[in-house]
Design a protein around this ligand. Structure first.
Ligand code: ASP
Ligand code: MG
Length: 423
């Protein structure tokens, strides 16, 4: 049994869904499939704006209309005669409307409300796609991931309860082996034991696929993407990208940690633990080989790897009384960061200051600075880019930095990190 994951871009139109169905159909000959699907296109971004308290009434109305039209159009293009799917879409949308008018709008409940609303993207996409696959004669079981992936109630960042999850997922085995060609479920969403919806963090569908593969001892996981595989840099920032054919598990974890967007940071561990290979392939050229993450000893080919993180802010934190930055101060700083859920992308310590580079999320950073200012002096620089280069050479660093001033630099044997102004 194999697990396939299709992200938003691979199902963002009726034609994209047709293409996705062809890929699925082609692979069904050899083995049953568990298929994990994200919300269609940019639906999650839209739903974020429908969370109570996020937008004004006029824009909410427009967005709600867009959401409906987008999904209805895709469904009616794929299955013009199918009243059942229209009815299922209507039911999901009226449930969403009910939530949007009844959920609380206060800050304390925001993360909870977010998950109850945003999950509708995946529920809509999988409902349409399951109907479509069945229309094509592919015997598809739609399953609710909220019953499979069990998490705690850490809304927007649900932490998996592995025992409960494994138990639920194992219950799927007879359906996979005997009754259905495909088990189709939602990426990104999970549920608490008391029936509340949770999400696993943005872009979390890869992680869902890895969780399912882990619990089912799958043969492999394949993530179908709009790039030919694992590239040595994001093509948005880099022209001459090189496709990496083989990536050792630990390298994939390092890259995800540094912010490579090709896979979600939590994805690798569950499959690495069971020695399950991860394939990254293109849904645009599905015959091409793609990349594989597995039990390899080195990268093939061995080439520098680049990770660019834009919109960074560099904060320098200095004790007011010129006392040293030592463990006691650091403990306070990390306590605040942890409380606010801010991840540090790079840090550097000197006697009288502690510098951190973090994503510039204006709301959180404002609170962070306010909190820090009660005890420290805080200076900051915005509009920065954090560049990470694995397997660097000096020539490579020079060509990337060009004439930009370097605000901070850290170098180990394998990794160079630099903070420079954005281009
Ligand atoms: N739909 C979710 C998102 O856009 C999850 C995913 O695509 O992986 O973040
Ligand atoms: Mg996505």
């Amino acid at each position: 049994m194999k697990v396939f994951k299709f992200g938003g871009a691979s199902v963002n139109s009726a034609d994209a869904v047709r293409n996705m169905a062809q890929i699925v159909q082609k692979h069904l000959e050899s083995t049953p499939l568990v298929v994990v699907v994200s919300a269609m296109g940019k639906t999650t971004n839209l739903l974020e704006k429908l969370v109570p308290g996020s937008s004004d009434i006029t824009s909410t109305k427009v967005l709600r209309q867009q959401l409906e039209e987008y999904h209805q159009e895709i469904a009616s293009s794929l299955m013009p005669e199918n009243k059942e799917v229209q009815h299922k879409i209507d039911t999901l949308l009226s449930n969403l409307d009910h939530l949007c008018t009844s959920l609380p709008t206060d800050v304390e409940h925001h993360n909870y409300c977010y998950d109850q609303v945003v999950c509708h993207g995946e529920l809509l996409s999988t409902t349409i796609i399951a109907e479509y696959l069945n229309t094509l004669g592919i015997n598809t079981l739609w399953t609710d991931a909220r019953q499979l992936i069990k998490t705690d109630n850490h809304y927007r960042e649900g932490r998996v309860d592995w025992n409960a999850t494994e138990k639920e997922i194992k219950n799927l085995e007879p359906s996979i082996k005997n009754s259905y060609s495909i088990v189709l479920t939602q990426g990104f969403i999970g549920g608490t034991t008391d029936g509340q919806t949770t999400t696993l963090g943005r872009e979390g569908s890869d992680y869902s696929a890895a969780i399912l593969a882990h619990c089912l001892d799958a043969e492999s996981v394949t993530i179908w993407k709009d790039v030919p595989g694992f590239l040595n840099a994001d093509p948005k920032f880099f022209i001459d990208t090189v496709k990496i054919s083989q990536i050792p598990y630990n390298e994939a974890i390092e890259l995800a940690y540094y912010g490579a967007s090709v896979i979600h940071p939590k994805t690798v561990k569950p499959i690495q633990n069971k020695g399950i290979p991860l394939y990254i392939r293109s849904f645009i050229t599905p015959e091409a080989e793609g990349s594989s993450v597995g039990d390899y000893s080195k990268l093939v080919p061995e080439t520098p790897l680049y990770i660019f993180r834009n919109n960074q802010i560099l904060l320098s934190i200095l004790p007011r009384d010129y006392s040293f930055i030592a463990e006691d101060n650091l403990q306070v700083i990390f306590g605040i960061l942890n409380e606010l859920g801010i991840r540090v992308n790079l840090m550097q310590n000197s006697a009288l200051s502690f510098s951190i580079c973090v994503d510039n999320n204006p709301q959180r950073i404002k609170i962070l600075i306010e909190r820090l200012k009660s005890m420290f002096r805080v200076r900051y620089n915005e509009n920065l880019q954090l560049i990470t280069i694995r397997y660097y050479t000096q020539a490579v660093i020079d060509s990337i930095v060009a004439s930009r001033p370097i605000l901070l630099e850290q170098r180990s044997r394998s990794t160079e990190q630099l903070i420079v102004p954005c281009k």
